[in-house]
Design a protein around this ligand. Structure first.
Ligand SMILES: [Zn+2]
Length: 59
């Protein structure tokens, strides 16, 4: 049942089989990129770290 597909992210050919834990992606990296695209709209970086830096610089 193994098939050759193209990674949706980088278009590299990927073996779509149980041997590839990242299917349908070629790698974990592309899988995470795809997740990033899903969450891009709602995801925001917390300002806490930046606020701490400002605090330390002023005091
Ligand atoms: Zn890829």
């Amino acid at each position: 049942m193994d098939r050759i597909i193209k990674c949706p992210i980088c278009k590299k050919t990927v073996l779509y089989s149980v041997q590839n834990p990242h299917r349908p992606f070629c790698s974990e990296k592309c899988r995470l990129i795809d997740l990033g695209q899903w969450f891009e709209g709602d995801y925001c970086i917390p300002d806490d770290a930046q606020a701490d830096d400002d605090y330390n610089q002023e005091h």
